[in-house]
Design a protein around this ligand. Structure first.
Ligand code: GLC
Length: 449
């Protein structure tokens, strides 16, 4: 490899490093922000009450669920037996194109209501159904069955939804589409859904995390520790949706992060998410490659078009690049040829692969530091076991992501790291919504069968 390339990669490794002292600083700052957020003070962590606690595992009944806010919309029907057996929901994934996401709330929710209609028709379901609704954004809730969207993230911009009750918007759309039999009985964030799906079978589950298009985490907190005003709620503990993607203290921020942020739909917001999640990993790699290409370090100074367009290089490409284990980075070269970059030098392909690892390793270490902070808030010495339910393509698909996270736990806690168990809970956010619907419905005599 050319000296200039070797030096450039060394410099990047330094810029993207997350040594253990920095991990500790992030954890301390995260704990401060958690406390401030729970007290209702100014904090980058909103610490949103969800009005739901871990399930008992005894919840029963048939429920529908709608899961929207990531790459796909999922509709499902789950039969909960409440006997310790894992539910096997019938589900269907629909992809929503960019138009409804960036148009108006009415158009967006009408499209979603039609997908629910399709699911019901395809499965021969008619009659009355109770539905749980996972909406993967920050929600201001005063009860389990309603909540306002605080602000869009992840590039969603549909107008007329921020500040509005999304259950009401969805119910209106269902009525308009002739689906009056479907009644939305609960609302939750995707982290909370994932948490509930795992906790239904595993009482040690006390936190959950999404590492997908966006990132966020939730955990179980004692109500006595929530010092801001709460709506009516009967239990001693409650899951808190932290909106951790917005965490912005003690992060290892560099010039590439700053560049990505100013050009994003939400400058100044979601700092941690912009370093960790799938919507941004590809863009960070692209900005680095464009910089090195522009300085003549890569590609002989001729930057391939695929690196010239904002968000033109997705996180799934970063994933594919990392999967290449050949000495000469042959699949990286083949991939770039497929993307219209022509034939690139093996050395450039190797450098690109190295950049992909550098960017995603930092993401894994930041994600792990956030989860380390989450579980140590109420159990500083890790005296108990903590299952963290995790879902999302970055965690599931990126080579080495889980390994880097676990390595970070070991750097921080030594042998005690074994107390923290990351459990992939695939599509848990949909099933979790059905479980939440069961809990919510069981507590509401008006709606009991
Ligand atoms: C974004 C949303 C958050 C969601 C996360 C993962 O950070 O603001 O609510 O949980 O993405 O989908």
């Amino acid at each position: 490899m050319k000296r200039t390339t070797v030096d450039a990669l060394d410099e990047l490794r330094r810029l993207f490093d997350v040594p253990v002292d920095l991990q500790r600083a992030m954890i301390a700052a995260f704990h401060d922000e958690m406390s401030r957020g729970l007290a209702g003070g100014p904090s980058s962590l909103q610490m949103l009450p969800t009005y739901i606690d871990n399930p008992t595992g005894l919840e029963r009944g048939t429920f529908l669920a709608l899961d929207m806010g990531g790459t796909n919309v999922r509709v499902l029907r789950a039969d909960l037996r409440g006997d310790g057996s894992a539910p096997a929901p019938v589900s269907r994934k629909f992809s929503l194109n960019r138009d409804p996401i960036t148009s108006t709330g009415d158009i967006l929710f009408a499209a979603v209501a039609r997908l629910i209609g399709r699911f019901l028709a395809e499965n021969g379901l008619d009659g009355g159904y109770r539905m749980g609704f996972t909406f993967s954004f920050a929600l201001r809730q005063r009860s389990i069955d309603r909540g306002e969207l605080i602000a869009w993230t992840k590039g969603w911009t549909a107008t007329g939804v921020e500040g509005e009750d999304v259950v009401e918007i969805l119910n209106r759309a269902l009525l308009r589409e002739g689906l009056a039999g479907v009644r939305v009985v609960s609302l939750n964030n995707d982290t909370t859904g994932t948490h509930m799906a795992r906790a239904y079978l595993d009482p040690a589950c006390d936190a959950a995390c999404i590492l997908g298009t966006g990132t966020n985490a939730c955990y179980r907190e004692r109500v006595a520790n929530i010092r801001k005003p709460l709506g009516p709620y009967a239990h001693a503990s409650m899951i808190i949706n932290m909106e951790s993607g917005n965490f912005d203290k003690a992060l290892p921020r560099n010039t590439f992060d700053a560049l990505l942020d100013v050009r994003s739909e939400n400058p100044g917001a979601q700092s941690a998410e912009k370093m960790v999640s799938g919507k941004y990993l590809g863009e960070l790699v692209r900005l680095i490659v464009a910089d090195l290409g522009g300085r003549g370090v890569l590609f002989g100074g001729r930057l391939p078009d695929v690196f010239a367009v904002r968000e033109g290089f997705g996180s799934e490409r970063v994933c594919e690049i990392k999967e290449d284990g050949t000495t000469d980075a042959e699949s990286v070269r083949a991939l770039l040829a497929d993307l219209g970059a022509g034939s690139i030098a093996a050395e450039d392909a190797q450098a690109l692969r190295e950049i992909a690892w550098i960017v995603s390793d930092r993401a894994a270490r930041i994600a792990a530091s956030i989860l380390a902070a989450t579980v140590t808030k109420n159990d500083p010495a890790l005296d108990r076991d903590h299952t963290i339910a995790v879902d999302g393509s970055v965690f599931e698909k990126h080579p080495g992501f889980r390994a880097r996270m676990e390595e970070t736990f070991r750097e921080l806690f030594g042998d005690r790291a074994a107390r923290i168990r990351l459990e992939l809970t695939r599509d848990g956010s949909g099933l979790g919504a059905a479980i939440i619907a069961a809990v919510a419905d069981g507590e509401n005599p008006k709606t009991q069968e």
